[in-house]
Design a protein around this ligand. Structure first.
Ligand code: 3PG
Length: 419
């Protein structure tokens, strides 16, 4: 039974349509460089579809979080969209009046500045309350329809995600619909098959949620990245310098949660790790330290603690993990295994992708996973499905009710008779 509107339900010709996409891109504050990726490319296709339908298009998106170095204006994003769509993209700075929308022709595109510049955007309010937040309230009188194309923000009850639901008919965009269809499929497969989760990345929160949800099931859980370091610490290993890093980031606060976990013994940890070791050519003195280089060195767990930071998993771990992966029906990977941005420490992540390429049923997700695939130039079609979502991908798989989906359903119920 139909639960929400699709683009094909309406004739959008000569209509004004706001579309919420996800242009949250990797940004280097030192160089000011923004890296385009699949998120931008996929949403650009949706915008193109709306242009072809001869709608007037208002694009809404965010970049970063308040207080972080990647919390910037979307001016550069407009340039990237312009390049990808081969079309002029108008840009409206934060604070400028929406009357500009009236000047736009049908088939033209206007990108609004970072929606998180509105203070009430990220307040965790209900759908009805967000209808009164500044952006939906100000923009709704100018538009006929709202399209939610960004599944990757569907876990956020934020104004630009849910705030239009009771104001205008809200439509699920093609990117959103595809994500939902594929993730639904995988959610069912995971329930009925032997699944291996490979969980890594630089932040423990989302992998921990997945582990807590699946640890009592038939699933195998293989840890990499920061999450593996926390499990090793919980097992009593002293990680040396790396422990300082985990403490600085407040990641050690998760140890209590890990220790209280049932069936913890079912969660696999690495048996070897890679560190960055400084080398001095033999015979060279300290004065010649400029000649010093760095290399990857793999260590076993009984060589711990070490002075150097742990930056990847080792070869023996990969061999162990490969055996487990090959014996599973479904494999789901979230987060890279190490610091893949550094050539010396990319091999854990790269090798896992190679192993997964050979498997018949694979699901990958998360911003850094996508970033790593793109860095290694590994096309997404080597895998069952690659989700553009990070937090949304995790929350959907563990069965949470996502506010974005709730908003689309509510809007459908409210507007289906007046179409
Ligand atoms: C993401 O990068 O997963 C989405 O853009 C959501 O960003 P957020 O976690 O800052 O809400």
């Amino acid at each position: 039974m139909k639960q929400f509107f699709s683009l094909t339900d309406f004739n959008l010709k000569n209509k004004t349509v706001a579309v919420r996409v996800d242009l949250n891109l990797p940004y280097n504050p030192e160089t000011g460089e923004l890296t385009e990726n699949s998120r931008l490319w996929k949403h650009a296709e949706t915008i193109k579809e709306l242009v072809n339908k001869k709608a007037k298009i208002i694009v809404l998106a965010h970049q970063g979080r308040k207080g972080k170095s990647d919390f910037i204006s979307l001016e550069k994003h407009a340039e990237l969209l312009e390049k990808n769509l081969d079309k002029k993209i108008e840009f409206l700075k934060y604070g400028e009046g929406f009357d500009e929308i009236k000047k736009l022709e049908f088939g033209e595109v206007l990108l609004l500045d970072n929606v998180r510049f509105y203070d009430d955007e990220i307040k965790d309010k209900s759908i009805e309350e967000h209808a009164n937040s500044r952006l939906p309230k100000k923009l709704a009188p100018f538009i006929d329809y709202f399209v939610l194309d960004a599944f990757s923000v569907a876990h956020r009850s934020q104004a630009s995600v849910v705030g239009f639901a009771v104001l205008k008919p809200c439509i699920a965009g093609p990117v959103f619909e595809l994500e939902l269809e594929k993730l639904e499929e995988f959610k069912e497969k995971i329930k009925s098959s032997k699944t291996t989760f490979i969980l890594g990345g630089a932040k423990p929160e989302e992998p921990l949620e997945l582990i807590e949800n699946f640890v009592g099931s038939r699933s195998e859980i293989l840890t990499t990245g920061v999450i593996s370091l926390l499990f090793l610490t919980a097992e009593g290993y002293n990680l040396g310098k790396t422990e300082e890093f985990l403490r600085e980031k407040d990641y050690l606060d998760n140890l209590k949660r890990i220790n209280e976990m049932h069936s913890k013994d079912k969660i696999k940890v690495p048996v070897d790790l890679a560190v960055e070791r400084h080398t001095r050519p033999s015979g060279a003195s300290f004065l010649q330290s400029k000649k010093e280089g760095v290399k990857r060195v793999e260590i076993s767990l009984n060589e711990l603690p070490v002075e150097e930071r742990i930056l990847d998993i080792g070869k023996k771990t990969l061999e162990n993990y490969e055996k487990i992966i090959s014996g599973s029906d479904v494999v789901c990977m979230k987060g890279p295994a190490g610091v893949y941005e550094n050539k010396n420490f990319e091999s854990g992540t790269k090798k896992l992708f190679e192993i997964l390429k050979k498997h018949k049923c694979t699901l990958l997700g998360g911003g850094n996973t996508i970033d790593a695939l793109e860095k290694f130039k590994i096309p997404f079609n080597n895998f069952g499905y690659v989700s553009l979502g990070g937090g949304a991908f995790v929350e959907f798989l563990i069965g949470k009710n996502l506010p974005g989906i709730k908003a689309l359903k509510l809007s459908f119920t409210r507007f289906k008779n007046g179409r």
